[in-house]
Ligand binder design. Structure first.
Ligand SMILES: NC(=O)C1=CN([C@@H]2O[C@H](COP(=O)(O)OP(=O)(O)OC[C@H]3O[C@@H](n4cnc5c(N)ncnc54)[C@H](O)[C@@H]3O)[C@@H](O)[C@H]2O)C=CC1
Ligand SMILES: O=C(O)[C@H]1O[C@H](OP(=O)(O)OP(=O)(O)OC[C@H]2O[C@@H](n3ccc(=O)[nH]c3=O)[C@H](O)[C@@H]2O)[C@H](O)[C@@H](O)[C@@H]1O
Length: 480
């Protein structure tokens, strides 16, 4: 029986291994983590992450060929294939701070593998890492090998949160990079054999190590670039009276461009887009390519501009002050169908409004009060570390209350901000919300999910990203 061990029981390690276990009953899969509480949660009825369809897959396999354990060394030493899916956050200090990937967790995992291994291993990079990381890992392993052979593979993950199980069941491609040596090719084949249990062979592609590592950074950069492109257009739409949804539709009908990933928004979030682009920028700079670095930097700059623009629109349309005003925040997760708040645009928008002394009442169906308070009091980049190593939230932010109902959040509010596109926000009783708000009542839709005409009929002043402006907003001072 092939034994797989995955180091890192997070958003990638957990679902990916659960699906491998489900699809490969003859493989034993153990997921290990330094966070004991996370492992306990994986072994309970309340999984540590919310992902549609995940519960069922875990329940079917757990205890049969899928295990979650904090006994890292035992399971690493017994495994044939070791996936490493640990955090690779942006460095906060020292060389490359604010850009380079922090490989501390990766390196400590690699050293531990070298310490405990007694047989040959295939070590698979599942985390997103800088190009050439495999070389560094190879050096750590071989310099400490005591005669044991290691093959390093790069097998980046392309799943998106909220659709992870669907993406893993039916991936558009599985990418495996390895050494172009006979041993390297043998290792690629061994991993191919696992995926081939359910992925059609033509979708499993193999490349050299560096192409696989770079393809992952490139894919995320291209995706984020699309969003920044459409968001840049949204600003121009507002200035000219064009409607960004109509522009996206018309542009996306060109099959060379395609219709997906062209929704204007308050900005992209999530744990990876910004981190991976910063990482790419750093790699370009280190390779003497400042023009290329600057090109990709713009994707992040437009994203920051979009979040600022949203806050400025809000404040300027509410008589240039939100001091002491209740603002309802609907949605805090970085996208729907996840409870993940890493780099969610809601953090920047909320901090912007708090900076103008607003009182926020926040509702998200999947995010806890504790998480929101932590996010609003934590420094940038401190969030992407193992939970037990994160700073303890100093004190809760006083002007923030977290409620469990959209109607409660909006009661007596001056304005409503929609920051996550949860389906339930599309079907709220907006007449009821209007009746219970201060007047004039504002809606700022950062996800373009409400029916603008209907809301205006009710009496709301509505701002929707990239849509023709409400006459009220046209008269307000120009914004950034
Ligand atoms: N979240 C996502 O949708 C995707 C993430 N990725 C990449 O996958 C990697 C992991 O991301 P997530 O799963 O989202 O992070 P995560 O934070 O949810 O999970 C990482 C886990 O690794 C554990 N860990 C850290 N160091 C460890 C060590 N030395 N030994 C054992 N466990 C250790 C942490 O306690 C944590 O539970 C990152 O490189 C990310 O860029 C790639 C594709 C999608
Ligand atoms: O490396 C990763 O972590 C993953 O990053 C993204 O997945 P994810 O961040 O989970 O979610 P996306 O659906 O890509 O959304 C990212 C952000 O962009 C925003 N977005 C997305 C699409 C769009 O048209 N407009 C838009 O603003 C979303 O609301 C969200 O805030 C990629 O889609 C995955 O392929 C990749 O594996």
């Amino acid at each position: 029986m092939v034994k797989i061990c995955c180091i890192g029981a997070g958003y990638v390690g957990g679902p990916t291994m659960a699906v491998i276990a489900w699809k490969c009953p003859s493989v034993e899969v153990v997921v290990v983590d330094i966070s004991v509480s996370r492992i306990a949660a994986w072994n309970s009825d309340q999984l540590p992450i919310y992902e549609p369809g995940l519960d069922e897959v875990v329940k079917q396999c757990r205890g049969k060929n899928l295990f979650f354990s904090a006994d890292i060394e035992k399971h690493v030493s017994e495994a044939d294939i070791i996936f490493v899916s640990v955090n690779t956050p942006t460095k906060t200090q020292g060389l490359g701070a604010g850009k380079a990937a922090d490989l501390t967790y990766w390196e400590s995992a690699a050293r531990m593998i070298a310490d405990v291994s007694k047989s040959s291993k295939i070590v698979v990079e599942k985390s997103t890492v800088p190009v050439k990381t495999a070389e560094a890992i190879e050096k750590i392993l071989t310099h400490n090998s005591r005669g044991i052979k290691y093959q390093i593979l790069s097998n980046p993950e392309f799943l998106a949160e909220g659709t992870a199980i669907q993406d893993l069941f039916n991936p558009e491609r599985v990418l495996i990079g390895g050494r172009e040596t006979p041993d390297g090719q043998k290792a690629i084949q061994a991993l191919k054999d696992v995926y081939a249990q359910w992925v059609p062979e033509d979708r499993i592609i193999s490349t050299n190590l560096w192409s696989a590592e770079l393809s992952k950074l490139a894919a995320n950069a291209f995706l984020a670039q699309r969003i920044s492109s459409v968001n840049a257009m949204s600003a121009l739409c507002e200035a000219t009276g064009a409607d960004v949804s109509q522009v996206s539709h018309a542009v996306g009908m060109d099959t060379r461009i395609g219709p997906k990933f062209l929704n204007a928004s308050v900005g992209f979030g999530g744990s990876c887009f910004q981190k991976d682009i910063l990482n790419l920028v750093y790699i370009c700079e280190c390779n003497g390519l400042p023009q290329v670095a600057n090109y990709w930097k713009q994707v992040i700059k437009i994203n920051d501009y979009q979040k600022n623009r949203f806050v400025n629109r809000l404040v300027s349309s509410m008589f240039n002050t939100v001091s002491g005003k209740k603002i309802a925040i609907l949605g805090f997760a970085f996208k729907k169908d996840t409870g993940d708040t890493r780099e969610t645009p809601a953090i920047d928008v909320c901090k912007g409004l708090l900076g103008d002394k607003a009182c926020l009442s926040i509702y998200d169906p999947q995010v806890t009060e504790d998480q929101i308070q932590r996010d609003l009091s934590m420094n940038k980049f401190n969030w992407d570390h193992p939970i037990h190593l994160q700073p303890i939230s100093p004190s809760s932010v006083k002007q923030v209350s977290v409620v469990w109902d959209a109607y409660e959040a909006t009661k007596d509010a001056h304005g409503v901000c929609i920051l996550t596109e949860w389906d339930e926000f599309k079907t709220l009783d907006y007449q009821r919300i209007f009746d219970n708000m201060q007047k004039p009542a504002f809606v700022f839709d950062g996800r373009n999910i409400v029916n603008v005409d209907k809301l205006r009929e009710i009496g709301f002043i509505v701002y929707s990203m990239g849509k023709p402006l409400d006459p009220w907003l046209k008269d307000m001072p120009a914004v950034a």
